[in-house]
Write a protein that binds this ligand. Structure first.
Ligand code: GRF
Length: 222
């Protein structure tokens, strides 16, 4: 078995992406070990998921800190103490400080439920519906100091259907998130990621045209 990379996951809510990472690890498809899950919200369902799988958790409540920097400093300390080499943001609803990015340069991944650079920020399924795009999707990218602006690792496209609601579109996008996030982390684990400027290249040993970095097969209902 390949060496497992130690990761730390940051979550604030439901944690379905966290669950997908756990499931891929348990199925032997992702060479990673979740050393710690950090939550800023003690009620996050992500914590319950960890209990079921014996994954260590720490709650760091941002309200107990007088500044963003002090909150981030505490998270950095915990992640370093756990020997984390990759930080995986999975629905983490806090903006990170420059200090945090300096602590883990190009070692923080995020997943965003839109095709960046379209619709950064929040409420993006609503924005995609309001704009009337025919396709949306999700993006795994390295996080940087901007909002959803770092180098893109994988994107997946989903159609926007005429009768979609925010909920139905979000669900279709989430299904793709759960597929591409573990894949991106696995590329990192296999040391296949190369970053040239803004562009991420994946060393798969296959011809560029066959690399799984563009659209997945579209869903069967299209
Ligand atoms: C996902 O849509 C993700 O793209 C965004 O926040 C949501 C988190 O969902 N960053 P979950 O907590 O993983 O279920």
């Amino acid at each position: 078995m390949a060496k497992k990379i130690p990761i730390g996951v940051l979550a604030s809510g439901s944690g379905s992406n966290l669950q997908s990472l756990i499931d891929h690890i348990e199925a032997g498809k992702l060479d990673a070990e979740i050393r710690v899950v950090l939550c800023n919200n003690a009620d996050a369902y992500a914590l319950e998921r960890c209990r079921k799988h014996n994954i260590p958790t720490r709650v760091v409540n941002h309200r107990e800190f007088t500044s963003r920097e002090l909150f981030d400093q505490r998270m950095i300390e915990i992640l370093n103490a756990c020997g984390v080499t990759l930080v995986v943001m999975a629905g983490f609803m806090r903006i990170l400080s420059p200090e945090f990015f300096r602590a883990f340069p190009l070692r923080i991944m995020n997943i965003h439920p839109a095709l960046l650079p379209s619709f950064p920020g929040t409420h993006v399924q609503q924005k995609a519906l309001d704009y009337g795009v025919r396709f949306s999707g999700c993006t795994v990218h390295f996080a940087d100091e901007g909002v959803d602006s770092g180098p893109i690792i994988i994107q997946a496209v989903v159609p926007v259907l005429d009768d979609d609601t925010v909920e139905s579109l979000a669900e279709r996008i989430l299904n793709e998130e759960h597929r591409i996030y573990p894949q991106a982390v696995q590329y990192f684990a296999e040391d296949k990621i190369e970053i040239v400027g803004r562009r991420v290249r994946i060393r798969t040993g296959r011809p560029a045209a066959e690399k799984p970095l563009s659209n997945p097969p579209l869903a069967s209902h299209v």
